[in-house]
Write a protein that binds this ligand. Structure first.
Ligand SMILES: [Ca+2]
Length: 493
């Protein structure tokens, strides 16, 4: 039980003194015997005392209620991160072929923000923004490597050190007594450097440490490290955080044969069939995780947050694009680009005990994860977060525009992220504007951006979700307005 606040005790003492000092309204009839007057007076005093007791009881009840709320079992938190999957490629998002029954089931229990966006269309900066609630130019991770793979072990050390100065929801939860497990994608050294109490990634470059090393086995080689961790946390009666960021459906696209057979069709390109099978495989692993929560009867008070770090599309799906010949690894205008197939993702928030499931068309953003976790755990971090609590759809509805960046993929300058800037973008209502910048890129990945000579691009996403009709010449007034808005959001150095 909580202590009674000093202020309340002081208030009750004053109330008691006030009651005692008040003249009691004894009947004024001179014929009333003085003994009766005394009895009546005594009864009234009792009433005052009862009132006082009632007030005290009510105050205590209120304290206990607040206290029981404050001491309510904190939710477990599961972060599920897909890796390289387009926003359209789920059953619940309307895909006609790819089967994602487990994520569809999660969607049925979630607020599904269908218009979710990442801060950057690339693994490392996207994850860094999810963790910190900050944009890449704020946390200074704008690409996957400083100078491609050249001198990576050496150049990455100061970058990671600076990054770890930023608060993250992992560190905040561990401060509150959570156990926290890392698996899958993790670019920032040993899992413990990121504040996790448990995890898989060692981060040692001498042993292949870069973007997850041993952690990348999760999902592909089974789920035991995660399910064992959950069992251990339950046993210890500790709330827990799971960071489940498998290397799925990311390349290598080597799905189990049974799944590849399921999607292989005579008229379907092989790279497309493989990717579809990988999405299905990823979904199966999510099913293993989510079913484990059900089996342990802890789903009700577990907050599941779902996002994909960036989009992806198979090369052959973009074969009509003349610029595709510059790049063979995946479709232009997908991963690494500010087009919808690069930056858009469904964002799901499931917490059966607290949230009603629904589909929302309001803008959600990767930077919202941190404030959402804080709100769910009633924690207050002493930092300024610009994201919105996704548990509160009415608050999300107030956001009328959304912004993001796109940088060179394997080049970054930690001192000035704008040096490798390729695009800034914003979406306001149905309109999307992209501003092009000539950021430095010394790697082969420059071909992902080099084809685009347009300084600005304007699309109407409602009429043209595939971004085929560039409308900046037709609507210069919208370009001027949105450009000013983007430049106010981030002043390029
Ligand atoms: Ca990725």
């Amino acid at each position: 039980m909580s202590e009674i606040p000093i202020g309340l005790l002081f208030g009750l003492k004053k109330l008691d003194a006030y009651v005692r000092e008040r003249p009691l309204p004894v009947p004024n009839n001179p014929s009333t015997p003085s003994s009766q007057k005394e009895v009546f007076s005594s009864q009234l005093m009792k009433c005052h005392k009862n009132l006082l007791v009632a007030i005290l009881a009510s105050a205590l009840t209120s304290i206990l209620t607040d206290s029981s709320q404050a001491e309510e079992t904190p939710p477990n938190i599961i972060i599920i991160l897909s890796d390289d999957q387009a926003w359209t490629d789920y059953g619940f998002m309307g895909h006609k072929v790819i089967k994602t029954p487990h994520l569809d089931k999660l969607a049925e229990k979630s607020i599904v923000y269908e218009r979710g966006y990442v801060a950057s269309p690339l693994c490392r900066p996207s994850l860094a923004s999810i963790l910190t609630g900050k944009q890449p130019f704020e946390h200074c991770i704008s690409g996957n490597d400083v100078n491609g793979l050249n001198r990576r072990a050496e150049l990455d050390v100061p970058l990671r050190k600076a990054f770890h100065q930023h608060p993250t929801f992992v560190k905040e939860l561990v401060k509150q007594g959570y156990l926290a497990h890392q698996s899958g994608k993790w670019w920032e050294g040993h899992f413990s450097a990121g504040g996790f109490t448990h995890g898989m990634t060692h981060g040692d470059p001498k042993r292949g440490g870069r973007h997850g090393d041993i952690g990348l086995k999760i999902g592909r080689n089974g789920m035991e490290p995660v399910t064992d961790f959950i069992d251990m946390a339950i046993e210890k009666k500790k709330p827990f955080l799971v960071w489940y960021a498998p290397f799925l459906p990311h390349t290598p696209h080597n799905p189990p044969k049974r799944l590849l057979d399921k999607y292989t069709e005579p008229d379907r390109a092989k790279d497309v069939a493989k990717y579809y099978a990988m999405c299905d495989w990823f979904d199966e692993t999510c099913g293993t995780l989510l079913n484990h929560l059900d089996r342990k009867e802890i789903s009700e008070n577990t907050l599941v947050l779902y996002i994909c770090d960036n989009g992806w599309a198979a090369t052959s799906s973009n074969s009509n694009d003349p610029h595709q010949k510059l790049w063979g690894r995946y479709a232009q205008r997908s991963k690494g680009s500010p087009f919808e197939n690069g930056i858009r993702t469904p964002i799901m928030v499931s917490w059966p005990k607290k949230l009603q499931a629904k589909k929302s068309q309001h803008f959600a953003h990767a930077i919202d994860f941190f404030p959402t976790v804080l709100a769910a755990t009633r924690a207050k971090a002493l930092i300024e977060l610009k994201g919105v609590n996704l548990l509160d759809e009415a608050a999300v509805a107030k956001r009328k525009k959304i912004f993001g960046v796109c940088h060179a993929i394997h080049n970054m300058n930690p001192g000035n992220s704008d040096e490798t800037l390729k695009y800034l973008w914003s979406i306001e209502g149905d309109w999307k504007l992209m501003l092009r910048y000539p950021g430095k890129d010394t790697t082969g990945y420059r071909n992902v951006h080099i084809w685009d000579k347009n300084p600005v691009r304007l699309y109407n996403l409602k009429n043209d979700p595939a971004e085929k009709n560039e409308l900046s010449a037709k609507h210069p007034e919208i370009v001027t307005k949105m450009q000013a808005s983007i430049e106010a959001w981030h002043k390029v150095q």
